[in-house]
Design a protein around this ligand. Structure first.
Ligand SMILES: [Zn+2]
Length: 371
């Protein structure tokens, strides 16, 4: 990439030229070319939400990409949802993603654009990921400066899985941007968790509806013939116990509690991004096998520090929470490999994990007695 004034580019990419900073005409031409070139993926929606997906290059302008878009557009529910999202969002990027975004957040306040033609809209980035799929809004209970949809791509043969995943993460953004989950700043962890589970259930219902509409369309009858719905349960107790799609094998409830602890540590100790990155690297380098996994399930577990070549305890609350992500992941993987598993042994795992680090007011909803 040629060197350019980053800030100018970002302003342009956001469609905020009217704030008085103009990119060069050469730059505009280059962007137009990328926007209209053959490589540009088909749009899920005509506006900014559609653009955010197209720029992500998660799918291309090939048979697969065109079929995927055709299927989603065959769902009236998805089209309606995308229309709203087109109005509520501005895409972070335009035709090119090869630059940094460090100065862009200055234009935002609380995840909302403060000036220009997209004033009042939230900002969305859609990006590819190798550590799970999720929607993470900017807000009082998250870090970052704008809303992100992260997609861990299913295999290309799995067209049905793609439809469900795009419907699912779009539904999360839809529910959030519609303001259905505007919790007060002083909302308790319990209130936030309850709302997150409510949202997950609602999101799954939307996902299921989009998939069934797509499947029963004329395109779907051909393209989704081999696929059946894989949408998860709408039962609260089951959702809490489901593994969240965040890269680690942690249940939804485990994930919520640990994310909350990490965020609290980031705030309390004013950790910046680079500190967080280096804590992540340190925690991820800890060899778990130096002690039995169960011995880590205490408030301040001892772990082997490969840098200091000795056992020690955590000082950083953030590092400790991330370490629990890893310990629980290792325990669930080991559990899933057991030849004989039962409902009781699973409940026992959940209980042990909850006892190790859940605040007392957070508990799993009891399972219904039905098998
Ligand atoms: Zn979800």
């Amino acid at each position: 990439m040629r060197e350019r004034n980053r800030f100018e580019r970002e302003v342009h990419h956001l469609g905020l030229r009217e704030i008085g900073v103009y990119p060069s005409s050469e730059e505009i031409e280059a962007l137009k070319e990328r926007e209209t070139g053959n490589q540009t993926p088909p749009r899920l929606a005509p506006g900014q939400f559609g653009k955010a997906w197209a720029v992500s290059m998660l799918y291309k302008n090939d048979d697969f990409g065109r079929n995927l878009v055709k299927l989603l557009k065959a769902s009236p529910s998805f089209v309606k949802m995308a229309e709203k999202l087109d109005q509520r969002y501005a895409s972070l990027w335009e035709g090119d993603r090869d630059h940094h975004i460090t100065e862009v957040p200055k234009l935002f306040d609380k995840g909302v654009i403060t000036t220009g033609r997209f004033q009042g809209r939230r900002v969305l980035e859609v990006r590819s990921s190798e550590s799970g799929s999720f929607f993470r809004p900017f807000g009082p209970f998250s870090t970052g400066s704008y809303d992100v949809i992260q997609i861990d791509k299913p295999a290309q043969w799995n067209l049905g899985g793609w439809v469900e995943l795009i419907a699912h993460e779009s539904a999360h953004a839809f529910i959030f941007a519609a303001g259905q989950n505007k919790l007060p700043l002083n909302a308790t962890l319990k209130a936030r968790i309850d709302e997150s589970i409510d949202n997950e259930i609602l999101t799954r219902k939307i996902e299921a509806k989009v998939f069934s509409e797509a499947k029963s369309s004329s395109a779907g009858k051909k393209l989704l013939d081999q696929f059946s719905s894989t949408t998860g349960s709408f039962d609260r107790a089951v959702v809490e116990r489901d593994f969240a799609e965040i890269g680690w094998l942690n249940t939804y409830l485990e994930t919520f509690v640990l994310e909350d602890q990490k965020l609290e540590a980031i705030r309390a100790q004013k950790l910046d991004d680079s500190t967080v990155q280096s804590l992540n690297a340190q925690v991820d380098a800890i060899p778990l096998g130096k002690r039995p996994l169960a011995t880590y399930l205490i408030a301040y577990p001892e772990f082997f520090d490969p840098q200091q070549n000795k056992f020690r305890k955590f000082v950083s609350q953030y590092a400790k929470a991330r370490f629990f992500n890893r310990v629980l992941d290792a325990r669930w993987r080991e559990f899933n490999n057991r030849p004989a598993k039962s409902r009781d042994s699973e409940e026992n795992m959940l209980k042990q994990h909850a006892a190790a680090f859940f605040p007392t007011q957070i508990n799993y909803t009891k399972r219904s007695t039905k098998p």
